[in-house]
Structure formats: structure tokens, C-alpha cells
Design a binder for this molecule. Structure first.
Ligand SMILES: NC(=O)c1ccc[n+]([C@@H]2O[C@H](COP(=O)([O-])OP(=O)(O)OC[C@H]3O[C@@H](n4cnc5c(N)ncnc54)[C@H](O)[C@@H]3O)[C@@H](O)[C@H]2O)c1
Length: 266
């Protein structure tokens, strides 16, 4: 029996227009693929082009628009381009992130410019995208915004003085927008992954005690896969989740279930 999804996630997204930020790599790329596989028209806003996956049968259909989400005018222009081409946007997935290896330091050693740069992409980027997409959703009277947060939005760790607080902001951005725009038929939610096997995590494995150590911190004893996060995004943005808003969904292999004084998981 399969214990995790491996192929396509079955949802019908025919006719839906989806924008995914940071869709060229890792979790965002899997989200783009799964939406595309299920029939959506998918736009990837990123600063780098996606590396095409030979097994991603609809990878070529993902439309790339070069966008630095930390720059509001670029978010506005890219959203307008999608709106001109498609006449609407049904789903926005705020997912783009930076976490450079030199940000893994205690706060007293954190470079001030790096702090500003990380908040610009990881927090302001989410707000700028919402600011320009939500008016389109209000006009339609429907839409779903999914903010990719993190297990680190809820509890903290050493050496994440910029990343952790930025992820916590993503939670409250989602809740605030959800309350504000529910009356327009717009749902806003967040997802909090545990450690997922992506280039971001691979780049910092040696700072986190190695793969086995990181995996064993999760009760399920392994890292998650990008597809497991994409599966959650497809469900939560589907009509099956039509009464879910202002809520966060943990997809973390049980990480969030620990009691404060529990023994490390073995
Ligand atoms: N990988 C994990 O373990 C993990 C855990 C919890 C939460 N998350 C969250 O999931 C999301 C995706 O993480 P990932 O691991 O797939 O990261 P990743 O580094 O693999 O991909 C991030 C993408 O964002 C893009 N990006 C960076 N700066 C950008 C900018 N200014 N404008 C537009 N795009 C930009 C990158 O080019 C890249 O394609 C992030 O929000 C991250 O915080 C990841």
C-alpha cells in the first residue's frame, strides 16, 4: 500500500486560473504541476525560470512571468498581465521565499540588510501579491488565497531570527485577509509544512544536523515531499474545503504534536 502520494492528485481544476509565487522550485513547482495536471491554467511568478521536470507531463504548459515579489510594481504588473490574458484569478498561492545560509545566526549576529531583504520577500511579497490579486477576486465574488507558512511560524528554533518571524507573519496575514474579505466570497488560509525535501532544505542540511537528524525530529520519521504539500494546497483551494477559511493546516509529519517537555523522538 502506498503511504504517500506519488503521482497525480485528483481534483478538477478545469477553467481555473492559478498564480503561484516561487513556483520554479521545490514546493511551489509541485503545486504548479499538480494544478496544471488537474486542468488549471497556471502562472508561475518567480525570479528564476522553472527547471523542467522530464516526468512533469504538463510542465511545459506552466506560464512563467519573471516577477520579484518584493517589488510591488512588479507584482502589480504581473497580476495585470494575467488578468488581461485570462480575465480573472481564482487561486493565489503565496509561496516565494528566501532563506540564505548566512541568515542561520543568532539575532545579535544578523546582518541588518539581510533582515530587511528577507522581510521584503517573505512578508511584503505576500502582502503585495494579495493587494493586487484580491481586487480581481472581489470583482468575481470568489477566490482562494493560500499562504505558505511553516511549522516555524508556530514554534521556534535556534538561528532563524528572520525566517521564523517572517513565517509567523504569514499566518496572521492570512487570518486578517480572511476576515476582511469573507463577505466577498474569498477564502484565505495558510499551510504550515514541517521539513520538506526541497533545494531550500538541502542547502542547509549540514546546519540542521544532517538529513537523518532532521527527519527524526518528525514523528513520521522522515522529511515530507513537495507533493504532500501540493496535495494539501489542492484540497484546501478546492470546493471540498468551501467552509474552511482563516485557518492554518499543519502538514508536518506530526511535528506540531509534541508536548513542550517531550523527549526527542527516536
Ligand atoms: N522546504 C521546507 O522544509 C519548508 C518548510 C516549511 C515551509 N516552507 C515554505 O514553503 C515555501 C517554499 O519553500 P521551498 O522549500 O520550496 O523553497 P525553494 O527555495 O525550493 O523555492 C523558493 C522559490 O522562491 C523563489 N523566489 C525567491 N525569491 C523570490 C522573489 N523575490 N520573487 C519571486 N520568487 C522568488 C525562488 O527562485 C524559488 O523558485 C516557502 O514559503 C517556505 O517558507 C518550506
Amino acid at each position: 500500500m502506498n503511504t504517500r502520494p506519488t503521482g497525480k492528485v485528483s481534483y478538477d481544476n478545469q477553467g481555473r486560473v492559478v498564480v503561484v509565487t516561487g513556483g520554479s522550485s521545490g514546493i511551489g513547482h509541485s503545486i504548479c504541476q499538480q494544478f496544471s495536471n488537474s486542468g488549471a491554467t497556471v502562472y508561475c511568478f518567480d525570479v528564476q525560470r522553472p527547471v523542467l521536470d522530464p516526468e512533469g507531463d504538463r510542465d511545459n504548459s506552466i506560464r512563467f512571468i519573471s516577477t520579484d515579489v518584493g517589488e510591488e510594481d512588479q507584482c502589480r504588473d504581473s497580476v495585470e498581465k494575467v488578468f488581461r490574458e485570462e480575465g480573472g484569478i481564482d487561486v493565489l498561492v503565496n509561496n516565494a521565499v528566501i532563506q540564505p545560509v548566512d541568515s542561520y545566526v543568532p539575532v545579535d549576529q544578523l546582518d541588518g540588510d539581510l533582515w530587511t531583504k528577507m522581510l521584503k520577500v517573505n512578508v511584503s511579497g505576500y502582502t503585495f501579491m494579495a493587494k493586487h490579486v484580491i481586487p480581481k477576486m472581489k470583482f468575481q465574488g470568489s477566490g482562494v488565497v493560500v499562504n505558505m507558512a511553516s511549522a516555524q511560524a508556530h514554534r521556534s528554533a535556534r538561528e532563524v531570527p528572520a525566517y521564523g518571524p517572517a513565517k509567523a507573519a504569514n499566518l496572521l496575514q492570512a487570518k486578517q485577509w480572511a476576515i476582511e474579505y469573507a463577505r466577498y466570497g474569498i477564502r484565505v488560509v495558510s499551510i504550515s509544512p514541517g521539513a520538506i525535501d526541497t533545494p531550500l532544505v538541502r542547502a542547509s542540511l549540514n546546519l540542521q544536523g544532517g538529513e537523518a537528524e532532521l527527519a527524526n525530529r518528525h514523528p513520521l520519521g522522515r522529511l515530507g515531499t513537495p507533493l504532500e504539500i501540493a496535495s494539501a494546497v489542492l484540497w484546501i483551494s478546492s470546493v471540498s474545503a468551501s467552509f474552511v477559511t482563516a485557518e492554518d493546516l499543519a502538514v508536518d509529519g506530526g511535528l506540531g504534536g509534541y508536548a513542550a517537555f517531550a523527549e526527542p523522538y527516536e
